[in-house]
Design a protein around this ligand. Structure first.
Ligand code: GTP
Ligand code: MG
Length: 197
């Protein structure tokens, strides 16, 4: 897919405030600092469409972008950020889960996982919740440029093994680097193939 236009639409504090659900929507989710906003920028060939930061917890609202005047791309706040209070963390979780469960035009959720880490409980639990809630999702491993060749594959295999303990089928898996712009074309291909709105 060629990106002709990518524009910021709005930031929303809750799903009820999101733009009218008139087009297909694809959302990026994952732990704080995993690289959601960076990957969105890499996919859109844009340096700072979505705000990024070295400090976790940068994205705190639901951010909508309109791509090619034809579909929405959504940057969500990260989950599991330890440095905020428990009640604020609960608020974020509620915001995210309500958005996911209520957003009618959401076609697919991309769950981002840091390719440097062995399977993490919080990510496995989140994917388990997606499966149980019938939320369509794909897995996107990030920051693969930070690893030696082969090391990411081992972590990907470890995740697959964990998921196959519970599920018969595996979701689509993408291995990416926002830094080197690897894997982004495959995500865009998936989006163009599933955007039937
Ligand atoms: P929150 O909005 O806080 O939840 O974070 P986020 O998931 O949007 O992460 P963000 O895109 O802001 O990136 C976090 C940090 O990781 C930044 O310092 C990025 O430069 C860095 N980063 C993101 N993707 C990559 C990547 O592919 N390679 C490398 N080397 N660094 C990356
Ligand atoms: Mg962000």
């Amino acid at each position: 897919m060629v990106i002709k236009t990518a524009e910021f639409v709005k930031s929303s504090q809750k799903w009820q405030d999101c733009p009218e659900p008139t087009m297909a929507e694809y959302a990026f989710i994952g732990r704080s600092n995993v690289g959601k906003s960076s990957l969105i920028n890499a996919m859109m060939n844009h340096k700072d469409l979505a705000k990024t930061s070295q400090t976790p917890g940068k994205t705190q609202l639901i951010n909508h972008f309109l791509v090619n005047e034809n579909w929405f791309l959504t940057d969500l706040p990260g989950y599991g950020y330890a440095k905020v209070s428990k009640s604020l963390r609960k608020d974020f979780e509620k915001l995210i889960t309500n958005y996911i469960l209520n957003r009618q035009n959401l076609v697919n959720l991309f769950v981002l996982i840091d390719s440097r880490l062995t399977p993490q409980k919080i990510d496995l639990e989140f994917m388990q919740w997606c499966g149980e809630s019938n939320v369509p999702f794909s897995i996107v491993f990030t920051k693969v440029d930070k690893l030696k060749p082969g090391a990411a594959d081992r972590n990907v295999e470890a995740y697959k093994k964990e998921l196959l303990n519970t599920w018969e089928d595996l979701p689509e898996i993408y291995v990416t680097s926002a830094e080197k712009k690897t894997g982004t074309d495959n995500i865009l291909k998936f989006i163009s193939e599933t955007n039937q709105f």
